[in-house]
Design a protein around this ligand. Structure first.
Ligand code: MG
Ligand code: ZN
Length: 372
């Protein structure tokens, strides 16, 4: 409990410290003050998560205990894609990754000619940052793919897997081993990765990984898509925490990590409130793990957002006056604005109402760097 109380006070302490530009002297039992600039960025994406989903999670967890109430900065982004009011996850993730709107379905390709854009992950990798992806879908699914692949259609999963060989990403945790090893073209991409020095593991255990940072790794949690959070999947919160600690050891410069609660969207497409609850609480626990790391680290900017809303979800009155009834108006994505939560150095950049593409520029601005 003591730690939590400190954490709640931290934002106020920081605002005070920044306002007077005189850092408050830290004492031994206080968390370190935040650096002026982040070295590390963790971008957490709840696929399909907007205000209704966050509200539901907040009430399911219990007001005052929810991770959302710990963020000092909140903004909203407009999620529309290049030519449609309602985006899909491919265009949504490309907007975050590359800072450009694209057509629905495109992975890391942008108009007018649909040429490849360089993602912030690829660019920071080229500039010496450690990079990682931790997801609850397969590696080839739209959201992780947009940070590393360049394909005309999100359905080109075998080609997306090949694109993973082009960036020296330091760690990947998620599903999709089959797209690398069990392919129609009979190529074994895992062999190619091993030849490049990667440790390849299977399962959800974090024990047999190069935890000292001595080698890059892939941990495949499933052959294709991992199970749902209410079917026994538990790895996302510890894997996200593990990736932060691991990546910190991989580069002096800093790290970029993308973490996705991928199946929030799938529960919403299915209009399945029980599944949604399990996914949102799993994602919330993941955000809490990353915040804990960032609080101790002091040099990590944490951004949490969704790529779009899904399900046209509402929180309606329930029979019990203190409960709510989750309701869905569709099985598709919607156009409502999506909240952005930020914590850490330069978090203030993320307040306001802006385009989804601005997240990309704000991350670069926070680092005080530019893509080459
Ligand atoms: Mg996704
Ligand atoms: Zn979707």
């Amino acid at each position: 409990m003591r730690r939590r109380i400190c954490f709640f006070r931290l934002p106020l302490l920081l605002i005070g410290a920044l306002a007077c530009t005189q850092p408050t002297p830290s004492t031994s039992n206080r968390p370190p003050l935040l650096a002026e600039r982040p070295k590390n960025i963790v971008l957490l994406i709840g696929d399909g998560m907007a205000v209704a989903q966050v509200s539901a999670a907040l009430y399911w967890r219990g007001v005052g205990r929810s991770v959302w109430e710990r963020f000092p900065v909140v903004g909203f982004h407009k999620s529309h894609s290049y030519d449609e009011r309602v985006t899909d996850s491919a265009a949504g993730a490309t907007a975050f990754a590359c800072g450009q709107k694209t057509k629905n379905g495109a992975i890391g390709l942008v108009p007018p000619d649909y040429t490849p854009c360089r993602s912030i992950l690829e660019e920071l990798d080229a500039q010496g940052w450690a990079t990682g992806i931790v997801v609850t879908c397969s590696a080839t699914h739209a959201t992780p793919a947009a940070f590393i692949a360049h394909q005309d259609l999100r359905a080109f999963t075998e080609y997306i897997a090949e694109d993973y060989l082009k960036t020296a990403i330091d760690c990947f945790i998620g599903g999709g081993r089959g797209y690398f090893a069990d392919r129609p073209d009979r190529r074994d991409l895992l062999d190619s990765l091993r030849r490049r020095g990667y440790v390849i593991r299977q399962g959800a255990g974090l024990r047999h990984l190069p935890s000292d940072g001595s080698a890059p790794f892939y941990l495949f949690t499933a052959e294709r898509e991992p199970p749902a959070a209410n079917e026994g999947r538990r790895y996302l919160p510890p894997a996200a925490a593990y990736a932060c600690t691991y990546l910190k050891k991989r580069s002096e410069k800093g790290f970029f990590l993308m973490v996705e609660g991928s199946q929030i969207d799938w529960a919403l497409h299915a209009n399945d409130a029980d599944w949604l609850k399990a996914e949102m609480l799993d994602f919330e626990a993941t955000v809490a793990e990353v915040l804990r790391f960032a609080q101790q680290d002091g040099e990590t900017l944490v951004i949490v957002t969704g790529d779009h809303e899904c399900g046209g979800m509402g929180l309606n009155p329930a029979k019990s006056p203190r409960q709510f009834e989750p309701a869905f108006t569709s099985r598709l994505h919607s156009a409502v604005m999506v909240p952005v939560f930020a914590y850490g150095p330069q978090a203030h950049l993320f307040s306001g109402v802006y385009e989804n593409t601005d997240l990309y520029f704000k991350m670069w601005q926070a680092l005080d760097r530019q893509p080459n």
